[in-house]
Design a protein around this ligand. Structure first.
Ligand SMILES: NS(=O)(=O)c1ccc(C(=O)NCc2cccc(O)c2)cc1
Ligand SMILES: [Zn+2]
Length: 262
């Protein structure tokens, strides 16, 4: 059996704890954001999140076997302020999405409601030497999550999707030889966000992520949501379209999700 597909081999996410006991840990992700239980923190508004991206930081795109991943050298792309006590450098972005005609697909949910897809912009704490050193530290990573909703087309994201046909299989990688500023993928309003301490949402599920979940979704067209599923992955029954590459929400446990807005 192809064990390669972590979502489709065995019982999927509900079985991850067998190999990764931390899956049942105290600060796992994703979670449901119950907006009646979030807490406005004026400190987050007092020290605004500073998100800097550049035109020249995206170098290549790879099929990781569970998503696409646009990899960056981080040049000029840094995150600080808000909940963060140091500067984090941009490493990569990828996404998670659902199936045809389904509403599920995002990893985080808001009052129990899923979005059709969720983008993750991954940053690592520059107090550590590099990403690999930061990835398993409690303050090692900061990930910006942006929900996708169906609406008008997003030409910028379309430029990335135009490359999907060049990365048909796990491990396939092509250079990005045009300028692409990941800032294009931020929603119009990126001041309003929720933040909490969590984890990687795929094995090894390290509890190393400060999550910054944008309240406002980004609009992409219904066709663009469908194009996500033209990426391919290995399944126990052979190569097929990639979809449902999301972990469902896990218990919040003893955590409070803070809001940057009242
Ligand atoms: N979906 S997520 O944003 O939580 C996420 C971000 C990054 C990663 C990741 O980098 N995985 C590969 C990895 C894991 C451990 C050590 C490494 O050097 C790389 C996984 C999940
Ligand atoms: Zn992710």
């Amino acid at each position: 059996k192809k064990r390669g597909n972590i979502y489709l081999s065995g019982a999927g996410p509900s079985a991850w704890h067998e190999e990764y006991p931390v899956a049942k840990g105290k600060r796992q992700s994703p979670v449901d954001i119950n907006t009646n239980k979030t807490k406005f923190d004026p400190k987050l508004a007092a020290d605004p999140l500073t998100i800097r991206f550049s035109d020249s930081c995206c170098q290549s795109i790879v099929n990781t076997g569970i998503s696409f991943q646009v990899t960056s050298n981080g040049a000029g792309c840094e995150l600080s302020g808000g909940p963060l006590d140091s500067t984090y450098q941009f490493a990569q972005f990828h996404a998670h999405w659902g199936a045809y005609l389904k509403t599920t697909g995002s990893e985080h949910t808001v009052d129990g409601v899923s979005y059709p897809a969720e983008l993750h912009l991954v940053h690592w704490n520059t107090k550590y030497d590099d990403f690999k050193d930061a990835v398993d530290k409690p303050d090692g990573l900061a990930v910006i999550a942006v929900f996708f909703k169906r609406g008008k087309e997003h030409p910028g994201f379309g430029k990335i999707q135009d490359l999907f046909s060049k990365i048909p299989a796990k491990g396939a990688k092509v250079n990005i030889d045009f300028e692409f500023n990941p800032g294009l993928l931020m929603p119009p309003d990126s001041e309003n966000y929720w933040t909490y301490l969590g984890s990687l949402t795929t094995p090894p599920l390290y509890e190393s992520v400060t999550w910054i979940v944008m309240k406002e979704p980004l609009e992409v067209s219904v066709e663009q949501i469908a194009i996500l599923r033209t990426l391919l992955w290995e399944t126990p029954n052979g190569v097929s379209q990639m979809y449902n590459n999301f972990r469902p929400p896990v218990p919040l446990r003893d955590r409070v999700i803070r809001a940057s807005f009242g």
